[in-house]
Design a protein around this ligand. Sequence first.
Ligand code: FAD
Ligand code: NAP
Length: 333
Amino acid sequence: MAITAYKANIANHTTFGIDVPVRLVDISAVDELREALVRFPQALVIGGGSNIVVTAPPEQPVLRILLKGHTVLSETPEHVTVYVAAGEQWHGFVEWCVQYNLGGLENLALIPGTTGAAPIQNIGAYGVEQESCFVELTGIERSTGRTITLQKQECKFGYRDSVFKRERANQIVIIGVTYRLAKPPYTPHAQYKDVAELLSNNRNPTIQDVFQAVIQIRRQKLPDPAEIGNAGSFFKNPIVSRVVYQELKQKYPELPSYHVDDDYVKLPAAWLIDRCGWKGKRCGAVGVHSRQALVIVNYGGATGNDVRNLAVQIANDVYDTFGVTLEPEVSFW
Ligand code: FAD
Ligand code: NAP
């Protein structure tokens, strides 16, 4: 069946809830995706719209990836390897893993969006990144229309980063991802501060315990996009050299930091933003969340440029105060 582009408001397909007219094409089968890429080679791609700020109506249609299903590919005494279609909800897949006592992704519970977007920024939370279970992904290469498979090393995963944000940006539409999950006995990662505190009376937390703990913490701490528009953390946590860190630490002894390697440390962007006085500040229809300085919110009626302007002001302030550059985590369209 031929695909069709229809008029829509992107507010209904993104967690920021910003009104922008677009033309959408629903993609429910790989053949539809091939056809769409022939007709609209420069089309944008959207999953759950939880990491996007739209500032102007895009000239090209937006392909909404709705490919569904997952298949167990193989099983050994230690592992189960599963292929998940790109349009599956990420949290639903994590839930499925936990239901079957398959470990590895439980710390990534409740992250909004689709499985196909998970490798793009190598989603991470509570001490775990999707790359730890990632095997390979399958996608359609825009330039050739070929189905290609990329192994883990080829994806060059980093902190909220991958080849899909750099040299292969917009070159591949992901149609499915393969993950390898651990069978029991498996020890989940429960060392992240908030998780460890919540499970402090539990000596041997199970996959299910960590999954539930993460859900409980996230529900308490993070603004729900169903209630207030946002795209989660707006900026990445900056990684600076130890030399820069030492200089800052002398000036700001209470500055928190996290080890990256012998040469670099990660600074919590939320702390830097908070210190500049932005936490809870409102500028018209946009603002910085009162509990989470890393989250920019839409109080209703905001434009993409309102969000962008606020982000620029915050980043400038942080740079002027600390000499540290904040990089957005979200994508701008
Ligand atoms: P979209 O926003 O639809 O797209 C994001 C980017 O990926 C776009 O550039 C898009 O073109 C591209 N893309 C999407 N699908 C495909 C595909 N199939 N093929 C090729 N390109 C594609 N992120 C974390 O890492 N950790 C968190 O803990 C976390 N918590 C969040 C909490 C909240 C409340 C919110 C709103 C966001 C959070 N995020 C978090 C960010 C976001 O959920 C993730 O980045 C998620 O993976 C985005 O998925 P999506 O389907 O919504 O992608
Ligand atoms: P938090 O626990 O208050 O910690 C603040 C920041 O410090 C986090 O961003 C985290 O970096 C870093 N951090 C804390 N403990 C760390 C450790 N032991 N080692 C390395 N880094 C550490 O953060 P939060 O806002 O409540 O979020 C909790 C988790 O959910 C975090 O992992 C965060 O990334 C994730 N999250 C992500 C988004 C998003 O949109 N990307 C939105 C909500 C929550 P990391 O970010 O590198 O973990």
